[in-house]
Design a binder for this molecule. Structure first.
Ligand code: FMN
Length: 314
């Protein structure tokens, strides 16, 4: 019954076709309680929503005889009254509507979203191929994938100005940072950082970006599962992974693992397709991340102490 993208965290509103209930006070009571329920759920729902897409599944009940009336009441109760009451809430979302009549549920989905950062300047190189292998798993599981490419432009690094501590974002504007800022602010459930290995480390451009991202956007990132993957011709992947994993271990992000170290081998674009074990490692990693985001509950994370900062020079 649950289509792709809906899981146990989804909101399920059971709709009773009113025309099968006795008309009178009971019907009125039902209509009123449903209306109040709508308002409560919408308020709660919009706070937690991690997507701008809401899926509504309208069902007319089991008997085709009642379908017309069911749809009418449902349209009136859910859409018209809620739209009138909460025009602002609805303006923010794309709403997808589907009518059915073989079950009687309306489902509003909170679709999970994963951000994948391609740290290679090659838009269709090996790093992208590894991310596509992961994306196919996420897509099958109904998880929305957003791939952000580091691109070929020069990237400003952090200048330790402290602006972000006061203003909540980096003082520098560039397409990649701004895109990530918007995505993270909108809401996401997990992060994957992928980089080709350059001289035994991640691509310097990626590090320049991530220094700024993690310093300024930590509040959006903490408690979201994360993983790093390294793509290399021959060596240096472990050091690159350690460097990338630091971004997660310093921002309270639980690190997801796979069946082996998250490395995939290839040199010229497309060569990773020959690394069967590497591809499988990517798929397993994607499945484990999906599992983690379904198990972890954002609302129940540990309470953090006020950070204490001591350096070696006291
Ligand atoms: C500047 C530079 C440095 C590199 N250093 C390493 C290295 O230290 N170890 C390695 O195995 N591969 C190294 N490579 C190879 C790349 O990691 C490899 O070709 C990778 O597949 C490129 O991924 P892409 O197609 O996504 O850009 C280097 C490549 C470049 C351009």
């Amino acid at each position: 019954m649950f289509p792709n993208g809906l899981d146990e965290r989804c909101l399920v509103i059971v709709y009773f076709p009113f025309n099968v209930l006795p008309i009178g006070n009971i019907e009125l009571l039902f209509r009123l309680s449903l209306f109040i329920l709508n308002i409560l759920i919408l308020c709660e729902f919009t706070k937690k929503l991690t997507t701008h897409k809401i899926f509504l599944y309208f069902d007319g009940g089991h008997s085709p005889k009642f379908i017309f009336f069911s749809y009418f009441y449902l349209f009136y109760d859910i859409i018209v009254q809620s739209l009138l009451t909460f025009p602002i809430i609805f303006c923010k979302f794309e709403i997808y509507i589907k009518f059915t009549y073989n079950n009687y549920c309306i489902l509003c989905s909170m679709r999970k979203r994963i951000i994948l950062i391609n740290g290679s300047p090659r838009t269709n190189g090996n790093t992208m191929a590894a991310l596509k292998e992961m994306s196919s798993v996420f897509n099958d599981l109904g998880i929305e994938v957003k791939i952000v490419g580091i691109g070929k432009q020069a990237m400003q690094g952090c200048i330790a100005c402290g602006w972000c501590e006061r203003m909540g974002r980096c003082t520098f504007h560039d397409n990649v940072y701004d895109e990530l800022f918007d995505l993270m602010k909108e809401g996401f459930d997990a992060l994957v950082l992928a980089s080709p290995v350059y001289f035994g480390g991640p691509n310097g451009t990626l590090c320049a970006l991530m220094d700024r991202v993690c310093y300024s956007l930590k509040r959006f990132m903490q408690f979201k599962p994360a993983a790093a993957i390294a793509v290399c011709r021959r060596g240096g992947a472990s050091a690159a992974l350690e460097r990338m994993n630091n971004y997660f271990s310093m921002t309270n992000m639980p690190i997801a693992s796979s069946q082996y170290i998250n490395i995939i081998y290839g040199h010229t674009p497309g060569q990773v397709a020959q690394d069967e074990e590497g591809l499988q490692t990517m798929r397993t990693l994607a499945k484990n991340i999906a599992w983690m985001i379904n198990k972890l509950n954002d609302d129940e994370h540990p309470e953090l102490e006020r950070p204490v900062r001591t350096s070696f020079v006291r």
